[in-house]
Design a protein around this ligand. Sequence first.
Ligand SMILES: Cc1ncc(COP(=O)(O)O)c(C=O)c1O
Length: 420
Amino acid sequence: MASSMHETDLDWIRGQFPALKLKVNGYPAAYFDGPGGTQVPQRVIDAIGDYLTRSNANTHGQFETSRRSDQVLADAHQAAADLLGCEPRETVFGANMTSLTFALSRSIGRELSAGDEVVLTALDHDANFAPWKALEERGVVIRVAEFERETCTLDIEELIGLVGPKTRVVAVGYASNAVGSVNDVRRVAEAAREVGAWSFVDAVHYAPHGPIDVREIGCDFLACSSYKFFGPHQGILYGRAELLERLRPYKVRPAENTLPDRWETGTQNHEAMAGVTAAIDYLAELGGRCGGSGDRRSKLQAAMRATQAYERDLFRRLAEGLLAIPGLEFYGLRDPESFVRRTPTVSIRLKSTSPAEIARRLGEKGLFVWDGNYYALNLSERLGVEDSGGMVRIGLAHYNTAEEVERLLSELREIATRSR
Ligand SMILES: Cc1ncc(COP(=O)(O)O)c(C=O)c1O
């Protein structure tokens, strides 16, 4: 069933997020910094406070608050499983995606030998590059798929051309956090499987913008971070059960050796996990409002499809406005026909104003954007902007409005005119 978001849903959505009421220098805050971190609905704040008030304890104890903590953790695993389309024991929580990916790459590294190959991309965030590149210390050979400069997209067939009999891991981003390009991760996972390699998908940027189904993708691992999809700072890793059981994580001896515990080193951030469940429940409720019905997973899928449709419309407006600004450099797919292959995240530059200065001027007007490389270091180096402040990133989320986009465009036009 086609789902969609209406004006009334947008009012409801915005009413859920207290931070959207913030004012800066008298201007309402407009958050275009979603790819760096999104705002949270009130229920996430409440869930974190409630955990600390009613359930705060360590796990597996013989008393009430500890039993409640066990339940909070079990609920978070179930919620993450509903979001990603897997079993709760296939979801691993950790500090953030970067830490989880380093932990995974080190464990995978134990199984690799000199001469084994890992395929990476130059489009990715460094958190899906450095942890794998570190395996060079073990003699592993790193192969890097380049992106096409004009559109900032990967040529998937070219990437697949790097996958061969020595490939052990292929790590690819679902979507670029800098320029929004979405990759055909299903095709990449299939190519990895064909040669007996494992596939790892970085879904951190994609997660707030579209539905995820790890079984449909057919990947072995997928990571995301709840602070990018309206939850607290918390990383989540999906791993195929058979592999999570087979690989050897670095763990302390007394910790359980069952799934997912063997991968969750030390004490978890219980309050954040309570917040993750609340964020996912928020999305499920949104899905229910947008035509979704049935179980939580179905509603989540509906929410993300509605989000995708709404954000595409809003991005069309943003892209059209940006492309009409004289002298503005627009990085990423720009043809509206291709917007199904991108998220509503774009990077720009203006000729004579530095990215930091643009971001500062916009920030003074309550318009929050990022400047720099946002850790997509290979990308900013290859685009030749690394030594001159990087770019300015504008990212839309489902709580942004057409009015906010118009405000941003009008300020950018003003800066562009003054800086010519
Ligand atoms: C695409 C992408 N991957 C990975 C990360 C790193 O995630 P975390 O902050 O959870 O380590 C980010 C954060 O910006 C990201 O955008």
